[in-house]
Write a protein that binds this ligand. Structure first.
Ligand SMILES: [Zn+2]
Length: 240
């Protein structure tokens, strides 16, 4: 098999031996791959034994695993293009980025390409290095991830009886049902929660810099948790 060249972000890494690492990269055109990076921790003239860092972006050349369900591929070459250094000196932005990495890994399958999600992830990391509030950046990325997974909640109508939701009103939202539920259908949806009209409108319009994004953040995280069946690192970010 010919080696694959792609853009990638490092979403996970662990030390494999004194000199090697296993890295999980999310590539733009080839999805997520776990790769054995042999000898990567040895120093070179250019880099003093740095290995490959979490949440850096680069150009990758690799041989994918021959097993369809995953397994370890082989990293042939890694050229760092952006280390997002500003992230590493700001705890809240760093936790936000780690949360982004965790939910991306949890919600994507091995070798399943999502170029639009890759672009959204790069936008998240770039945005988190900027001066803005990380909250809106994270909500924007949660939205991209849920859309890419086909799990975006329907905020336009009652998902049980199809009745359209009136604009600019609060409404109940059921994660299990996948969207809004009207007052008549609500008793059959015990997990439905009330969403205020400003949060709803902000989500409908993609206005991620709205001040009330904390409610959206929790709703979308709960949607992700429901899908992956285990907790996320959201608290690390919200408590930082
Ligand atoms: Zn209904």
């Amino acid at each position: 098999m010919a080696p694959i060249k792609d853009q990638a972000v490092v979403l996970g890494r662990l030390d494999y031996s004194e000199t090697s690492q296993v890295v999980t990269v999310f590539t733009r055109a080839q999805g997520a791959h776990r790769l054995l990076a042999k000898g990567v921790k040895r120093g070179t003239k250019k880099r003093f034994a740095p290995g490959i860092d979490l949440l850096e972006r680069g150009a990758v050349v690799f041989l994918p695993s021959t097993r369809a369900e995953g397994g370890l591929g082989t990293l042939i070459e890694w050229r760092q293009e952006d280390a997002y250094l500003a992230l590493r000196s700001r705890l809240r932005a760093w936790y936000a980025a780690q949360y982004g990495a965790q939910i991306t890994l949890a919600m994507t399958e091995h070798a399943d390409p999502h170029p639009e999600l890759f672009d959204a992830l790069v936008a998240l990391l770039t945005g988190l290095c900027g001066p803005g509030n990380p909250l809106g950046q994270v909500v924007r990325y949660q939205c991209a991830l849920l859309r890419s997974a086909g799990l975006w909640p329907d905020l336009t109508r009652c998902v049980v009886c199809d009745r359209p939701a009136p604009p600019e009103r609060s409404a109940y939202c059921s994660i299990r049902q996948g969207g809004l539920v009207c007052r008549s259908c609500r008793p059959s949806c015990p997990d439905a929660r009330l969403l205020d009209s400003t949060t709803l409108e902000a989500l409908r319009n993609g206005n991620y810099d709205a001040p009330q994004m904390a409610t959206a953040l929790k709703l979308l995280d709960d949607t992700i948790v429901e899908s992956i069946g285990r907790p996320t690192l959201l608290e690390m970010f919200t408590l930082a």
